[in-house]
Design a protein around this ligand. Sequence first.
Ligand SMILES: Cc1ncc(COP(=O)(O)O)c(C=O)c1O
Length: 385
Amino acid sequence: MSIETFYRDSWAEVELSAIDHNIRALQERLQNDTGIYAVVKANAYGHGDVHVARQALQSGVKGLAVSLLDEALRLREAGIEAPILVMGWTRPEDASIAAANNISVTVFQEQWVQQVSSHTLPGPLKLHMKWDTGMGRIGIRTTEEMQSLLRFIKDDERFILEAVFTHFATADEEDLQFQYEQERRFEQLFSDFERIWPGNVEIHTGNSAASMRFPERMKHVVRYGISMYGLYPSPAVKEEQPVSLKPALSLKSQLIHVKKLQPGESVSYGATYQTSGEEWIGTVPLGYADGWIRKLQGMDVLVDGKRHPIVGRICMDQFMIRLDQEYPIGTKVTLIGKQGEEEVTADEVADYLDTINYEIPCMISSRVPRMFFRNGEIVDVKNAL
Ligand SMILES: Cc1ncc(COP(=O)(O)O)c(C=O)c1O
């Protein structure tokens, strides 16, 4: 892996030892024989897929899970040989690429199996069968659907059924009625499955919320996403705090221009912000093309360990903040993370945008370089452009 360089004053920092901590903290809470798949889809929730995947494997996870075949192939191209599951839809005509790269894919349609059977496969295709126990997204819903699908898999030695799995819709909620209902439906399907399927398969059900909250009810493996990155899946789980997490990502920039404006001067497009007195205005070289969307106008950033608001509209590449005093060019600006005693969390940004914290690291665009640290020491830089 080469250390890349970049020529701009905004970047994201990813602390890999926080990811290590979050994996070990969950592993300690799980029963001894429960393994972890690190969910590294969507460029590891915006953190950097290859770096996070390597760290997670070093920290002891048994495999990786992504959403798309393209994401799995990126990991293979980087030389990662660990088990990888594609949890989303893979086109039947692409199944041979998955087989050639030893990538497991998700199966939930009889028609899909028939179509894959009509293609030549370079080797066995590993399958995880998805059961829709209430998420209403993908998966078989009934024993009849399961039976007819299994018939095709059973009769074709090119298929290896590795696992069965489901996904919970409300594991992070206060009200757990539907969670229990999904678990009940899973057990029902599983008892039917056991009667018709001759071999052993792996079972994985839990996401971050379920694995942290109900470790004793987890099966062979859990799929650990958001909390591996140090964020709680919901305010309810944050309140419970079943595992103590460390956020891995921070977003940083530097002032590139500072000026004093007279009262009544305006700032940015539309001249919507007007100074009420003499004001120090700083310019930050990051904008909506970097994922810092226009709705974040008014949100605080940290300078000199203090909060300062974004004033005027956020531009594509820059935004302005109101400073409490003059600061030199090059002064650090923290958009997500800590400065001294102050902190802006991804949760706070999510609240401001009336969304969930999952969206915040995902929305930081590929134009923002990622710097990787271990115990505070820089280990690599990835300029994704
Ligand atoms: C099928 C599946 N499993 C596991 C996860 C990981 O969930 P979380 O990030 O809440 O841990 C996801 C994420 O959306 C998913 O779609």
